[in-house]
Design a protein around this ligand. Structure first.
Ligand code: URA
Length: 226
């Protein structure tokens, strides 16, 4: 490591310390190279989107109106990962456009001081589970290779998982979100911060302050990228 990188790293560590960080034991998160599908996916986001839009690998494809591939900057430094499309997302083909989406957009704009188009927003499953139920293990197993490929191609420096389904299925760690939220974890060299889902915040507004703290950490991480 060069001196300049060492200094930047040291500055980053002091910044964490100044905002109240403690060292925590490493949590072994899932390996990005998990293989679920025997079919290789393309190394191009537009080509991947075409494949996902024509996907019929699980039963969600039978009830969906639109596939919600995800949207944003294909070179985003920051990626948000939610659970799966709801009714508004299913109708429009866009992620996080309902009430929870409006709240997520406010968080991006007012706390992170970014534009929604500057980040990439995706979900664990790309089609709406009927009645907004949690996606089943089989649905996740068929769909998650698309998300892993998105992460591989976008190469974000920071990932924020929104809620339990996103955290658990991406990392395979079963720690509850209320326990793990706000920790800066290492996910195959990418910094991963779990936080609450915006839908949870709509039901529990008093939890907004925690997401605010978590997003302040994300902001500092983004400002201190080496
Ligand atoms: N909730 C999610 O998890 N994802 C969306 O896209 C919308 C709501």
């Amino acid at each position: 490591m060069q001196d300049i990188d060492r200094l930047k790293l040291l500055k980053e560590l002091y910044t964490y310390k100044s905002i109240g960080y403690d060292y925590i034991e490493d949590i072994k998160l899932a390996d990005n190279k998990r293989q679920f599908s025997s079919h290789p996916l393309p190394d191009d986001l537009t080509a991947l989107e075409q494949i996902v839009k024509n996907c019929h690998l699980c039963q969600l494809s039978k009830t969906r109106k639109n596939v919600v591939f995800g949207e944003g900057d294909p070179n985003a430094k920051l990626m948000f990962i939610g659970e799966g499309p709801g009714a508004n997302e299913d109708s429009t083909g866009k992620p996080f456009v309902g009430r929870a989406g409006e709240l997520l957009t406010k968080i991006i704009e007012n706390v992170l001081l970014l534009k929604r188009e500057d980040v990439f927003i995706a979900n664990i499953v790309k089609c709406r589970p009927p009645g907004n139920r949690v996606p089943t293990d089989i649905e996740v197993k068929e769909c998650i290779p698309y998300l892993l490929k998105q992460i591989e191609l976008i190469k974000p420096s920071v990932i924020v998982t929104l809620g339990a389904t996103a955290y658990k299925n991406l990392t395979l760690d079963t720690t509850s979100v209320s326990k793990i939220r706000g920790e800066i974890l290492d996910y195959n060299g990418i910094k991963l911060i779990p936080t609450f889902h915006p839908s949870y915040l709509l039901r529990n507004p008093s939890a907004k302050k925690f997401v605010y703290f978590d997003m302040k950490k994300v902001k500092i991480l983004l400002e201190n990228l080496i």
